[in-house]
Design a protein around this ligand. Structure first.
Ligand code: CTP
Ligand code: CA
Length: 226
């Protein structure tokens, strides 16, 4: 078929993208979260749809409008994101984990609002499940992409995560450079693939970065299929 020449190389493919932060309750009114805006994940979902894919977007709480024609699954916690993704994983051809998932959550969140008492307070945290590592272990034919935000030894840690989580590609945000990443509209990223490619995509809008990233993933995916 000629869907590739029509600019729809992902026609017939199921692509799942996770975006945004997670939110972990401390008590009835308080929570732990992070600065992820969801912009990168939403840009990826939009581009995947333009490329012809059937797109599922699993999103943490963000200030972003839903995307026409993209199935939106809204979650709050790392555990809810884990369940939403695991349920749908087997049907996917590609999974991109752009979400900033909490590594820890309060161990015993209080149902009531905590009252202030002592001069200092210790909140015990427990680890959340590593979603990407779990699907990396289950992976059959899915093309799996992770994101990593690093402040130092960016490529070294990126390669380690690519390996440890059994990924096909990892996109690394150098957040040591404070003008880009997280909240901003612009971004600069490095991509490493399992096949040994290393590419950097310089500052552009997140939409343009998403387009370039898909160029890299699709070329890499097609190469592997040969
Ligand atoms: N990730 C995930 N589940 C978690 C934590 C992270 O799926 N519980 C995913 C993120 O969505 C991202 C990738 O793993 O795609 C890398 O996240 P990052 O925070 O950079 O790495 P961690 O493995 O959590 O290691 P650390 O935070 O210690 O650097
Ligand atoms: Ca982490």
């Amino acid at each position: 078929d000629d869907s590739e020449s029509k600019g729809q190389p992902l026609k017939g493919k199921n692509v799942l993208i996770s975006a945004g932060p997670t939110k972990e309750a401390v008590d009835a009114v308080r929570f732990f979260t992070n600065h992820s805006s969801g912009k990168m994940g939403y840009a990826l979902a939009e581009v995947a749809k333009q490329l012809g894919a059937s797109v599922t977007l699993v999103s943490g709480p963000v200030q972003m409008d839903p995307i026409n024609g993209v199935e939106l699954i809204q979650v709050k916690t790392a555990q809810e994101m884990y369940e939403a993704i695991l349920e749908r994983f087997d049907d996917q051809d590609m999974v991109i984990k752009a979400a900033a998932v909490a590594d820890y959550r309060p161990k015993n969140p209080s149902q009531q609002k905590l009252k202030k008492k002592s001069e200092s307070l210790v909140i015990e945290l427990e680890r959340t499940k590593d979603i990407l590592k779990t699907i990396g272990e289950k992976k059959e034919n899915q093309y799996l992409v992770g994101f990593a935000a690093e402040t130092d030894d960016v490529l070294y840690y990126g390669r380690q995560k690519l390996d440890k989580k059994n990924l096909d590609a990892i996109v690394i945000n150098d957040i040591g450079n404070l003008n880009v990443g997280f909240q901003s509209d612009d971004n600069e990223v490095q991509v490493i693939t399992k096949t040994g490619q290393e590419k950097s995509v310089t500052i552009r809008s997140k939409h343009e970065i998403a387009q370039q990233l898909f160029d890299i993933f699709i070329e890499d995916m097609m190469g592997e299929a040969k």
